[in-house]
Design a protein around this ligand. Structure first.
Ligand code: ZN
Length: 224
């Protein structure tokens, strides 16, 4: 991505049909969902990814760790790897060692509280992946005045169409256009530079959904 900009990415598994939908919709970034099954066939997963002209990031398995994630991230030139906050301190130390000597940014994602990850970031020097769906579920809404302060340390952002009281969990950004435009404006105001990953569920990972999403994002950017 260009320096100084906010870009759109999709989170999805390394499935050829879905990656083809992303490319055909004109979206250039993918955060790769992984689990141990995808990492068992790591060469197949790498080959699938290399078949598409995409910029990759990697989402490590949600409840497990495999050092194969480093090999995968390097093979597909991933810029960063995201981990859920599910590890013990000695396991974080091991992850830090495994990524030493790479230029891959390690990020920790807030799962139940936006401050739970601060101690890990402080101890290990990792970056913050701010999941704004998790954040809104934790806070039962948004206090917009403080949102730019919450966003500013983020190296990476996950966002959906969810808002408090809605049933829009894991929908794409365009499913709640006014709410999401407001959040995107706050992200921009905070000075954030990086990817905003739309975490739509598998049933929404279609060409038509990706086209609507990309148009929504381009229209928002041109309104700035
Ligand atoms: Zn997330």
């Amino acid at each position: 991505m260009n320096e100084g900009s906010i870009a759109l990415a999709i989170k999805c598994a390394p499935v050829p049909d879905i990656l083809a939908n992303v490319v055909n919709a004109g979206i250039t970034g993918v955060e790769l969902y992984t689990n141990l099954k995808w990492l068992e066939n790591i060469q197949g997963t790498i080959k699938t990814c290399q078949d598409f002209p995409l910029r990759y990031m990697v989402n490590s398995p949600p409840n497990d760790y495999s050092p194969c994630i480093v090999e995968l991230a390097q093979a597909i030139n991933a810029e960063l790897v995201v981990f859920h906050d599910v590890f013990w301190e000695d396991e974080w130390s091991g992850i830090k060692k495994d990524f030493n000597g790479t230029n891959i940014q390690v990020c920790v994602e807030n799962v139940s509280s936006s401050i739970e990850v601060v101690k890990i970031m402080r101890r290990f020097g990792f970056g913050l992946c701010l999941d704004l769906e998790h954040f809104q579920m934790q806070t039962s809404g948004l206090f917009e005045d403080v949102l730019p302060q919450i966003i500013s340390p983020a190296k990476h952002i996950h966002l959906t169409g969810y808002f408090h009281g809605s049933k829009c969990w894991h929908t794409h950004l365009h499913h709640s256009p006014e709410h999401v435009k407001n959040i995107l404006n706050l992200i921009s105001l905070s000075g954030y530079q990086g990817y905003v990953v739309s975490e739509g569920k598998t049933s929404l990972q279609t060409l038509s959904e990706f086209r609507k999403l990309n148009k929504f994002f381009i229209d928002w950017k041109s309104s700035l």
